[in-house]
Design a protein around this ligand. Structure first.
Ligand code: TYD
Length: 213
């Protein structure tokens, strides 16, 4: 029995810090958990990440971008996620294929069916057991990223794209309520972390991986 949980959200939703704090909490419950991330998560994936985020690569076509994210993901699944799940580890990933559907699909308006076909191939059909959407209004998210000084090539795209990404995420969550849960990430850090902890612990208990107590 293993569990694959992903965190998704628009830029500036605070996912990465939330994921780190969540990891600490789950480990304090004696759970075997590994936190990983995309794009990257493996040595090959991290090299692809450098190509994606290189500020010199502003001319990158969205198709190229999608294929690079997918290539990084294929390696991530094969080299890291699947083997961990097979040995019973709970895998928590900061972004996974829903990021591609939201950004390259809804954001850049590439054909969703095509993206889905390539994604199924890249991931060997591995779908998360549970996905949390850290939802935040676009302007707030961008503001947070600017304040944090975390500004890369992908952030430079226009507001409309980010708006499509956010509504794309909400659509994905709406389409599969059994997998997704939407968390209001416009709140301060602590209440967001509380919501995440509560929901994940309940989920893990429902799968019999954590005894009541
Ligand atoms: P990153 O620096 O990892 O920050 P964060 O996850 O905290 O936002 O940036 C990831 C960026 O890459 C983010 O703008 C979303 C984008 N992205 C895609 O467009 N498609 C994808 O498939 C993935 C995994 C990420």
């Amino acid at each position: 029995m293993s569990l694959f949980i992903t965190l998704e959200g628009p830029d500036g939703s605070g996912k990465t810090r939330q994921a780190e704090s969540l990891l600490e909490h789950l480990r304090s419950l004696d759970l075997d958990v590994v936190l990983t991330y995309e794009p990257g998560g493996t040595p090959i994936g991290d090299q692809i990440r450098n190509v994606l985020f290189n500020l010199d690569n502003t001319a990158m076509d969205p198709r190229t971008e999608f294929l690079l994210f997918s290539a990084s993901r294929a390696q991530h699944v094969a080299e890291k996620i699947k083997p961990l799940l097979e040995r019973g580890t709970i895998v928590l990933s900061d972004r996974y294929f829903d990021s591609s559907l939201a950004y390259q699909g809804y954001g850049h308006q590439l054909n969703l069916q095509t993206l889905w076909e390539v994604t199924s191939f890249a991931t060997q059909g591995l779908i998360p057991d549970r996905t949390y959407l850290l939802d935040i209004p676009v302007e707030e998210g961008i503001q947070r990223r600017k304040q944090g000084g975390n500004w890369n090539r992908l952030d430079a795209f226009d507001l409309e794209l980010h708006k499509r990404v956010r509504s794309g995420y909400l659509q994905l969550a709406e389409d599969d309520k059994s997998r997704w849960e939407v968390i209001d990430a416009s709140r301060p850090f602590d209440p967001v972390q509380e919501s995440l902890r509560h929901s994940i612990v309940e989920f893990i208990k429902s799968r019999g991986l954590l005894v009541e107590g």
